[in-house]
Each structure stands twice: as C-alpha cells, then as structure tokens.
Design a protein around this ligand. Structure first.
Ligand code: TLP
Length: 344
C-alpha cells in the first residue's frame, strides 16, 4: 500500500528513534523536562516569539490559542475552509464557548475588504470580535501558500480593528520551503502561532503554540485544563526537536514529489491544479468512488471535499517523508490503471 492519505502517517526514522531513546527527561508539568524546555526555546526562537509551549496535537495548540485570546460569547473570524472550523470537532464552541464567523475567499485567503465587511460596531446586540484565525499553508485549499502580501495586509486590517491574529501553521514550514520566506517573518503578522512536528516534519506526535510571555503563561494553565499536561514528555519532545532541527530542510523533496505525482496523474487524464506544496487535489464527481478504486489498486487517499454547488469534489493525496520516487511512480501507475478501467 502506498499511503498518501496524509503527511501525518510517517513513522520515525532510526535517527529520530535514537534521539527519543536517549532524551534526558523530567516531569514537564513541574517544568522540569530538559528536552521539552529545549524544544520550546528552540521553536520560540525559530518563530521569532518570546515563548512556546509543547502540546500533544495541533488541534490542542489551535484551541489553546483560541481560548487564551477570547471570552465566552466572543466571535472568532476565520475562513470557511479553515481546519479549526471544519476538522476540530466544534472545539471553539465546545472548549472556548465562542461563536465562529466564516468568511469566504479564494484558496483559503481572506482579503482585508472581506474582513472589514464582517466587522461589527460596538453595540449591546453584537458579540465582541476578538480573533482572526489564518491558516498557512492551507489544507483544504490543497496546501496553498497564503500569498505573503495578502497575509500581511489582512493581518494589519485585523489589528487595526483591535483583533488578535492566530496562525494555524501546522504546515508553516511548507510555506517557508515554497517561498523562501522564513517562518519567523510570517509570524510577525500573528500574535499566536501553532506549528506541528507531526505533519511533514515526520515526528510521531507534538505541536507547539508560540506567542508572547503572557499568552504562553496562560496557555500553560489552559493546557493542563484541556488534559494536555504530559509528564516525562521529553521522550516524544526529542522526536519533535529532531524533526524541527533536521527535517525542515528536506521539505522541498516532498514538494518535488507532489509535482511529479500531479504531472503523472494529469497525463493519466485526471483534472489537477498544479500543487504549490505537498498536497495534490484530484477533481472528481465521485470522490468517494475514486478513493475506493485507488485503494483497490494499492493507493490510499482521503476526501479533499465533496461535490457541492455544481462543482466537482476532490480527492486528496499527500506526499511526505515516507514517499520516495519509486512510490510516486507506483502511485501514478496504479491511478492510471484506475483511469483506464473507468474509461472502459
Ligand atoms: N490535519 C489532518 C486532518 O485533521 C485533516 C490532515 O491529515 O491533514 N491544522 C491543520 C491545517 C491541519 O492540517 C491539521 C491536521 C491540524 C491543524 C491538526 O493537527 P493534529 O492532527 O495534530 O490535531
């Protein structure tokens, strides 16, 4: 089976496992795990933030980010295709008691005008608007990079309106790899930032939330309340540290694999937009059927989106650390067999 469902499916390499085995550990709830402390300092510096906190998942770091910036009944603005809105189990309502206001825009981008149109005046009837969440790269938009000028512009518009900005940077280093713009430059336009070691960077678990001193101090209390206080977490943190130190620089390989995959699939007759990073979206009127056919041919994929509003749906294929050239070629061959069979 060639597993292209997600870049989360990677298994730790020998070197990463060794780093995990040898990690010095302590009780992180007491702040005494030297490996977690090293990781938090490393990632805060990488993102140009004062502090960072380690947590089990990107969902948790996003939701801590929402919680520390809002009060119950506040409104959070985000793109209608945002991961925080679509794939986190309704957590903004469940955990923070906020309502979300979704905005539309091409490929996960929210324009300053769209944001301004959604701003409510101060009035006893209206929820207080506190936070804008942005996502880069954008998962549902097929790993699209938020164009840097647009990113800065919408963030500035949000701050002018008194909003804070949270960046879901689960794949921020893919944006760095695609544009050459360092992650820390993107982060200047966000107050809190979530990054994951468990996506393209290949660690088994672990995400970090970075921000200013006050936000991260509060985040420590919230992480505990959310059940994310881990004890000798240095074991997994060593895998995350290894991922940030060693695997950022190899992300262009995944982007190259995605390009090869997309080219091969296009040749086989599939409708595909050129991938910007490591996610390939294949258009299909019957994505569920295509996913099943691909699985029978030995390729695992997931649903990108269901057909809606007269538009086709998409099947998502992700490249990652465990997908080499041979796997890409085999996946293209398998998908070509599927295309030929369905044309018969
Ligand atoms: N995304 C997963 C699924 O949940 C869809 C995937 O396979 O892509 N932000 C973004 C942009 C993400 O893509 C993900 C994971 C998360 C946050 C959540 O990370 P985890 O899975 O660590 O909670």
């Amino acid at each position: 089976m060639i597993d292209l469902r997600s870049d989360t499916v990677t298994r730790p390499t020998e070197g990463m496992r060794r780093a995990m085995l040898e990690a010095p550990v302590g009780d992180d709830v007491f702040g005494e795990d030297p490996t977690v402390n090293r990781l938090e300092e490393y990632v805060a510096a990488l993102l140009g933030k004062v502090a960072a906190i380690y947590a089990p998942s990107g969902t948790m770091t996003n939701q801590i980010g929402v919680f520390v910036t809002t009060n119950r009944g506040d409104e959070v603005l985000l793109h209608e295709d945002a991961h925080i809105f679509n794939y986190e189990g309704g957590a903004p309502a469940l955990l923070s008691g906020v309502q979300v206001r979704t905005l539309s825009g091409e490929r996960g981008v929210i324009s300053p005008d769209t944001l301004r149109d959604a701003i409510r005046p101060e009035n006893v009837h209206f929820p207080r608007q506190r936070l804008l969440c942005l996502e880069n790269t954008h998962n549902r938009a097929g790993g699209a990079v938020f164009p840097p000028e647009d990113f800065a512009a919408v963030s500035e518009a949000a701050r002018e309106q008194g909003l804070k900005v949270h960046l879901d940077g689960a794949r921020l280093f893919n944006a760095q790899a695609a544009t050459g713009i360092p992650a820390r430059e993107w982060c200047e336009h966000a107050d809190t930032v979530s990054v994951c070691s468990s996506k393209g960077l290949g660690a088994p678990v672990g995400s970090l939330l970075a921000g200013d001193e006050a936000a991260i101090r509060e985040a420590r209390r919230v992480r505990k309340a959310f059940g994310g206080g881990m004890r000798q977490a240095g074991i997994v943190a060593a895998g995350s540290l290894y991922a940030f130190e060693r695997n950022i620089e190899r992300l262009p390989e995944d982007h190259e694999s995605a390009r090869k995959l997309a080219d091969g699939l296009r040749e086989a007759g599939y409708a595909i937009a050129p991938p910007e990073t490591n996610i390939v979206l294949v258009e299909s009127d019957d994505p569920a059927g295509l996913i099943e056919a691909l699985e029978r041919a030995g390729v695992l994929a997931t649903l990108g989106s269901a057909p809606a509003g007269g538009r086709p749906g998409t099947v998502r294929l992700c490249t990652h650390l465990d997908v080499d050239d041979e796997a890409v070629e085999a996946a293209v061959e398998a998908a070509t067999r599927v295309a030929v069979a369905s044309a018969r």
